[in-house]
Design a protein around this ligand. Structure first.
Ligand SMILES: Nc1ncnc2c1ncn2[C@@H]1O[C@H](COP(=O)(O)OP(=O)(O)OP(=O)(O)O)[C@@H](O)[C@H]1O
Length: 460
C-alpha cells in the first residue's frame, strides 16, 4: 500500500474500519463481499481520500452509492469531511507511474507540505492523453492546435482557447497537452485547475492572508490549464486576479490553455480586457462527433476496458447516442454492467436490451426525462441545451432544477440516471436540485404554481 501523504496509516485504517463496518450493517453479505470488501483505502491527501477498487464497474458502484456516505461518515468520525477519489486498479497503477515520474524530478520534496511544488500537483487524469484521443472531423482543428501548443509551448497559440458543448472532449484535450509537456520535459511545471478551483484558491488566499503563496503557485508555472472558464462570469475579483496571472505568464512566454462552453465574447460579464487577451491566441471549437468517430471512440474504450464487443454492436451503441461523448461512454458502461449482471457476452441484442432500459424507462404514466425537459423548456422559454448545460444564470438554473425535480417525481429514473440525462451531471447535483425545489415549492408561490401547472400538463 502506498504511504499516506499527510495522515497516519493508523488514522486511515481506523476510519476505514469505522466506515466499512457501518456499510456492512446496512447491506446484504453478498453485496458487501461483491462490492465493498475488495476496496482498499490508499492514502489521504489534504481532504481527499484515495480509494482503490477492482474494476470500472466497482468504481461506478462506489461513485453512485458511497461518495456521500464517506463525506458524512468521515465528518462523524473526526470532524473532517473527506472527499473520496475512487480509482480502479489500472488508474492507480498509472497514477503511481506518474507520481514516480514527477517525484524523480524533485529533490526529496515533502509531499505533505501544502505548498508542494505545483508540478507534483498537476491533477491530470492519466487517461486524458493524446494517444487515447480519437480524432474526427469535429475535433480535428482543436486537436492539431493542442498538439502544436504542447510541442512549442508559449510560442504559437497563446492562449489556446478550446470551446464547445458539454462532454465533447475539451478537458481531455487540454490535459493531453499537460501530459505531452511532462513527457517532453519531466521538470515542466504544469498546473491544471477548474475555474472554480482557481476562484476558491484565490478567495481562500484572501481569507488566510496567503496571497503571496497563491501568486507564487499560479504565476510560476510553465503551463497553466484552466477548465470551464465561463464560470468566471460575475466573479469580479477573481477576474482581476486572473488578469494579472495571465499577463505574468504571457509576458514570460508560458503557455496558457483555457476551455469554455462558448466563445470569450459570449461569456456574460467577462471583462473586455480578458476577452481581448483571449483573442491574442487561437480559439478552436469542438462539435459533436460523427458516427464514424463515435464508433472509433467506443472501440478504443472497449479495448482499454478489455471488453470483447463485435463491430455491429459498437455501431449500434454509437447510433443510439449522438451528442455527447460522456453519454456515449455511459451507454457503453450500461451495456457492460448489463452483461455482467446477466453473465452473458456483449452482443447487439444484449446492447439493445440494456439501452432500451435507458431510452424507454418510463414510469407508469409513460413520461420520460426527455419529455419533461421538453415541456419545462417550453414553459420557461429556454433551450434543451441550456437545461442540459452548465450555465449558472438564474433564468436557466431554476427551470433546470425544476426539470430534475419533476423527473425524479414522475419517472422511475435513479438520481445518477437523471444526472446523465442532464448532460452528465453528478447524482449529488440532482439530489441538491430536488431538495432545493422541494423547499421552494413550499416557500415560493411562483415556483409552487409552476410545478403545479407543469405537473398537470405532463400528466394529461
Ligand atoms: N475524441 C475523443 N476521444 C476519446 N475520448 C473522448 C473524446 N472526446 C471525449 N472523450 C471522452 O469523453 C468524456 C468527456 O470528455 P471531457 O470531460 O473532456 O468533456 P468536456 O468537453 O470537457 O465536458 P464538460 O463541458 O462537461 O467539461 C471523457 O471521458 C473523454 O475522455
Amino acid at each position: 500500500m502506498q504511504e499516506p501523504h499527510n495522515s497516519s496509516t493508523k488514522e486511515l485504517n481506523d476510519f476505514w474500519n469505522y466506515f466499512t463496518n457501518k456499510i456492512k450493517s446496512e447491506i446484504t453479505p453478498t453485496s458487501y463481499s461483491t462490492w465493498v470488501e475488495s476496496a482498499k483505502p490508499l492514502y489521504i491527501s489534504g481532504n481527499d481520500i484515495h480509494i482503490s477498487v477492482q474494476s470500472n464497474l466497482h468504481k461506478e458502484y462506489w461513485q453512485r452509492n458511497y461518495v456521500k456516505n464517506i463525506a458524512i461518515d468521515s465528518y462523524e468520525f473526526n470532524g473532517v469531511e473527506l472527499n473520496p477519489i475512487i480509482e480502479n486498479e489500472e488508474e492507480q497503477q498509472e497514477q503511481q507511474n506518474l507520481n514516480i515520474a514527477y517525484d524523480s524530478s524533485t529533490e526529496n520534496a515533502d509531499r505533505s507540505d501544502k505548498n508542494t511544488p505545483v508540478f507534483q500537483n498537476s491533477h491530470l487524469n492519466p487517461k486524458y492523453t493524446f494517444e487515447s484521443f480519437i480524432i474526427g472531423g469535429a475535433n480535428k482543428m482543436a486537436h492539431a492546435a493542442a498538439v502544436a501548443a504542447a510541442g512549442e509551448p508559449g510560442q504559437i497559440y497563446n492562449p489556446l482557447f478550446i470551446y464547445g458543448g458539454v462532454g465533447l472532449g475539451k478537458t481531455h484535450l487540454m490535459q493531453a497537452i499537460g501530459h505531452e509537456m511532462l513527457k517532453n520535459n519531466p521538470n515542466a511545471r504544469v498546473k491544471y485547475v477548474t475555474s472554480e478551483t482557481f476562484a476558491n484558491d484565490f478567495i481562500n488566499s484572501i481569507q488566510t492572508r496567503t496571497q503571496e503563496e497563491f501568486r507564487e503557485e499560479y504565476r510560476n508555472v510553465d503551463l497553466l490549464l484552466i477548465d470551464d472558464i465561463q464560470f468566471f462570469a460575475e466573479k469580479e475579483g477573481t477576474q482581476e486576479e486572473f488578469f494579472h496571472t495571465f499577463n505574468k505568464l504571457h509576458e514570460n512566454n508560458k503557455q496558457i490553455v483555457l476551455t469554455s462552453d462558448r466563445l470569450p465574447n459570449e461569456i456574460p460579464k467577462l471583462q473586455n480586457r480578458l476577452v481581448s487577451r483571449f483573442k491574442w491566441g487561437l480559439s478552436v471549437d469542438i462539435t459533436a462527433p460523427d458516427l464514424e468517430t463515435r464508433i472509433a471512440i467506443l472501440r478504443n474504450k472497449a479495448k482499454a476496458e478489455n471488453l470483447e464487443i463485435p463491430d455491429d454492436t459498437l455501431s449500434y451503441i454509437a447510433q443510439q447516442v449522438n451528442t455527447n461523448v460522456r453519454e456515449l461512454e455511459g451507454a457503453l458502461l450500461r451495456v457492460q454492467a448489463y452483461s455482467a449482471m446477466k453473465n452473458t457476452d456483449i452482443n447487439k441484442s444484449l446492447a439493445a436490451d440494456a439501452l432500451k432500459a435507458l431510452k424507454l424507462s418510463k414510469a407508469k404514466n409513460g413520461l420520460t426525462v426527455s419529455s419533461i425537459q421538453n415541456r419545462v423548456a417550453k414553459y420557461y422559454h429556454v433551450s434543451i441545451a441550456d437545461l442540459k448545460g452548465k450555465k449558472r444564470v438564474k433564468t436557466i438554473v431554476l427551470p433546470r432544477q425544476i426539470a430534475m425535480y419533476l423527473s425524479r417525481e414522475l419517472t422511475d429514473r435513479s438520481l445518477p440516471q437523471i444526472g446523465m440525462e442532464f448532460g452528465g451531471k453528478d447524482h449529488t447535483t440532482v439530489m441538491h436540485s430536488c431538495d432545493k425545489i422541494a423547499e421552494l415549492a413550499i416557500k415560493n408561490d411562483d415556483v409552487k404554481q409552476a410545478i403545479g401547472e407543469l405537473r398537470d400538463e405532463l400528466k394529461n
